[in-house]
Design a binder for this molecule. Sequence first.
Ligand SMILES: Nc1ncnc2c1ncn2[C@@H]1O[C@H](COP(=O)(O)OP(=O)(O)OP(=O)(O)O)[C@@H](O)[C@H]1O
Length: 607
Amino acid sequence: MRPVRVVVGRLLRFDLRRYLIGALLWLPVDLVLLGSGWLLKELFDHISGGRAASLDHALWLCAAFVGAELVRGVMTVVAWSYGVYWWNAAATLLRANVLRSLLTARGPAAARLPHSSGESLARLRDDVSDLVQLADESVPLVNSALFSLGALVVMASIDPVITVVLVLPIAAVAVLSRMTHRLVHRLHLRARELGAAVTAYLGDLFGGVLAIKTAGAEDAALDRLRGRNRARREAAVKNRVAADLLGTATGATVEISIGLMLLLAAGSMRSGEFTVGDLALFTSYIGWLTALPRTIGGILSRLPQAAVATERLTRLMAAHEDAAALSRDSGVWYHREPPPAAVPRPRGDDPLETVEVRGLTALHGGGRGVREVDLTLRRGSFTVVTGAVGSGKTTLVRALLGLIPAQAGTISWNGRPIEDPGAFLVPDRAAYASQVPRLFSASLRENLLLGRPGDDRLDRALELAVLDDDLAAVPEGLDTVVGPRGVRLSGGQAQRATAARALVRDPELLVVDDLSSALDVETERLLWERIAGAARDGRGPGTLLVVSHRRAALEQADQVVVLDRGRVAGYGPLGELLESCPELRRLWSEEGVAEAEEHVDALVRDR
Ligand SMILES: Nc1ncnc2c1ncn2[C@@H]1O[C@H](COP(=O)(O)OP(=O)(O)OP(=O)(O)O)[C@@H](O)[C@H]1O
């Protein structure tokens, strides 16, 4: 439970002033209750003739009671509205810390994310809410404890015996909550898990609408959704029934208490020791006295939920970050402007001379990947990684860039080992254009710059990525909204946009993962000619690491790395390898056939 204490403690402190103001606003709400009970007692004593009756006095008491209740109503609205602000700020803090760690902290973020984005979102929504809710319970806990103390003192001063007897059923509520909290927790957790599973599946469905339609799998997909929803509904009903049963037991306690009080008070009332006003006061306090055991029961049942939430959220963050980082006061910018973003590293600071990879082993869950790869990238070199499908090309470049974890090996920059490649090999030291393009629903300009200032680098990047002609064809040029909610670019355009996004960062090392899947031979040839030409003239990234099996790329290369089932099968200049490496010869001849076929197809199309 220590991590939960750390998170809740920090949540309470991060905006202490607002938290205290919120708590103080609730205080009168509970204290007015004490006063209302006393006013009721006075009123009923007057009406029942327990005191010398005076209509004026009774009316004043009525007015005071109504006034007190009005004040309580207004204070409830004010305190609640203010509390919402704190609640949201606390939730934002947790979410911002998780996102910050996912986006910036050391270590590959992909390894920390659950399999579906829907599940990640469900965690950011539900787990965060569980933690903030627990912290928020501290206010009713203190207030109901203060009210209970005050009420018990007042009641005991009137009739200590009845007070003690009344407390017994209320104590029973606390015991009941304690006894059932494991069950309630288990049911809650199950409902949460199944809810997250439905959210995750919906996310998959939305992402895969086209695949489902083209496979004619609509019914099967809906059946599966219904199945998951059924399980979720059953869990939700059980969860609700358990919570409501507990609530009903609490309500019944109040009625039992009132019954007990009537039985016990009957004799004293006849003798006049216990007045109608006392009865009114006791009745008005009893209902509110159950708030304390209910709040304690609620906190006890939330504690295990909060432990699960803390663990799940911490797992989304980098390995070295813990509950303290989850709730670190990194600032929530509601009313102020956030501080300016960190200024990119100035150029010329330790420029790339060599990047050396030694004994790099990066394996996926099934044991596939790359083993013991050695490779040296010199300033100004053009290196092509090639190999058959599944030979480990993507794994190699991603492990080099620290985007997936490596089990062994070192990567050095100018002879010095890089401790955390994921944090070090970033723009403008290195930029990566991945094989699968990812465009956001924003203008093409925003997609390429992603927060960088736009300058002449953008035009140059568009030209090097052979996107300049395509731009003329899209309706609003760089201002055209692309991505899932905009104009759909073709596969080749999207891949070149990804390449342009990497180029605009003006990196010293440009890493490009297999563009050939969506580019025709001629476009790819033009692209490598432009990029290699720019590297020679100093107008583009000096050092290139490219995954490709196309002749267009291989012909530009100073050195080629041939991978075969995760191991280096050949490493050197193209000419030498074509003589010494059978695997490259095989790939080269296959590629020649493919290019010839593509050429013939183009001729037929043009005719
Ligand atoms: N996330 C993963 N989990 C498990 N296995 C993986 C994962 N990613 C890749 N692999 C496996 O690792 C091996 C190398 O994959 P990789 O994507 O690096 O090959 P590649 O040479 O880039 O293939 P392609 O030419 O198809 O892009 C393959 O056998 C692949 O199935």
